[in-house]
Design a binder for this molecule. Structure first.
Ligand SMILES: Cc1cc2nc3c(=O)[nH]c(=O)nc-3n(C[C@H](O)[C@H](O)[C@H](O)COP(=O)(O)OP(=O)(O)OC[C@H]3O[C@@H](n4cnc5c(N)ncnc54)[C@H](O)[C@@H]3O)c2cc1C
Length: 306
């Protein structure tokens, strides 16, 4: 069984920043990542609002650099999922992974959030066959094709604009008659000649023989139903917290986000929450990194007193 002073769960912006701070402070640090280091930002195209990059920075590039920086100061990265976490009877915490048990004196929860599914017929069957949740990963498959983008927030517009590099036409379908996205993205999307909008409308079904061929749409005001021929459906309707395995270990809010004292402390002494997993977090990379730093300093202070 391996033992560390700090265990960080999740290798997104929050977790990688926390690990940079704790390992640079000479605390033995293990970071667990079940998929790709970088988390959500690793599947984002251009990030224009991370300070220090006036030309913007590609999401995968910043993710790689953050991982490299954390490793440089001694963070041990375990590429596996933490399945369970318990307070150990002799103090500290016990973490269960497929690679065995780990022990840590303090824990930083930074498991972020995962995309939400629409939950309509055809979605699951056609995922990877035209249904996608990642424009950066799949956009290039849609050269010269028509795609739907579902959603009305920043991600939907940002990724919709990105898709116009490949697709002939990008149609944004939104349940309301107003977008939630920031004004600058709204303006860019509305001025883009390849982007159309369908308002007050929901996708009811996605259909096709082995690949997406059409979507069934319903106008939520008139009830009118229509068939929309399309080659791809990109879904950006929000995220849910990656916290199922934390139930019973720390207090979660009704949506499953980790409750904190308003800062990064949870109800369990020695356990901190940073980034999108934390209830009330600002869902931006710079904020996740800021919280990662704060959690690392809080863990450091906690360890000075145990
Ligand atoms: C399409 C898109 C575009 C975006 N564009 C921008 C932008 O332009 N600017 C901006 O500031 N923000 C943007 N964001 C938001 C930003 O990416 C997030 O707010 C930020 O990355 C959150 O970081 P995080 O570390 O809290 O969580 P995440 O990035 O979600 O990372 C959490 C990590 O934890 C891992 N994990 C989960 N559970 C476990 C477990 N049990 N064991 C081990 N590992 C686990 C996950 O695999 C993931 O890698 C965008 C997001 C998306 C989806």
């Amino acid at each position: 069984m391996k033992k560390f002073q700090v265990a960080i769960l999740g290798g997104g912006g929050a977790g990688l920043t926390a690990s940079l701070y704790t390992s640079r402070a000479n605390l033995s640090t293990v970071l667990f990542e079940k998929l790709t280091p970088g988390g959500q930002i690793a599947v984002t195209d251009l990030v224009e609002n991370y300070p220090g990059f006036p030309e913007g920075v590609l999401g995968p590039d910043i993710a790689m650099k953050m991982e490299e920086q954390a490793k440089k100061y001694g963070t041990v990265i375990e590429y596996q999922e933490v399945k369970k976490i318990l307070s150990a009877s002799q103090g500290g915490f016990s973490l269960e992974t497929a690679g065995g048990e780990f022990r840590a004196d303090s824990v930083i929860l930074a498991t972020g959030a995962s995309f939400r599914m629409l939950g309509v017929p055809g979605e699951r069957e056609l995922t990877g066959k035209g249904v996608s949740y990642c424009a950066t990963c799949d956009g290039a498959f849609f050269k010269g094709k028509n795609v739907l983008v579902v959603g009305g927030g920043d991600s939907a517009l940002q990724e919709g604009i990105f898709l116009t590099r490949f697709a002939t036409r990008v149609t944004v379908v939104h349940r309301r008659d107003k977008l939630r996205a920031s004004p600058i993205l709204q303006q860019r999307a509305k001025e883009n000649p390849k982007i159309d909008f369908i308002w007050d409308t929901a996708v009811e079904k996605i259909e096709g023989q082995g690949k997406v061929q059409r979507a069934q749409l319903k106008n939520l005001k008139s009830g009118h139903e229509s068939e929309f021929p399309v080659d791809g459906v990109f879904i950006f309707i929000g995220h849910d917290p990656n916290s199922a395995f934390l139930k019973g270990f720390v207090d979660l809010d009704e949506k499953g986000y980790v409750k904190s004292d308003g800062s990064v402390k949870t109800n369990v002494p020695g356990v901190f929450a940073a980034g999108e997993i934390r209830a009330g977090a600002t869902k931006q990379l710079v904020a996740a990194c800021g919280e990662g730093c704060e959690a690392a300093l809080a863990a450091q202070e906690f360890l000075e007193h145990v």
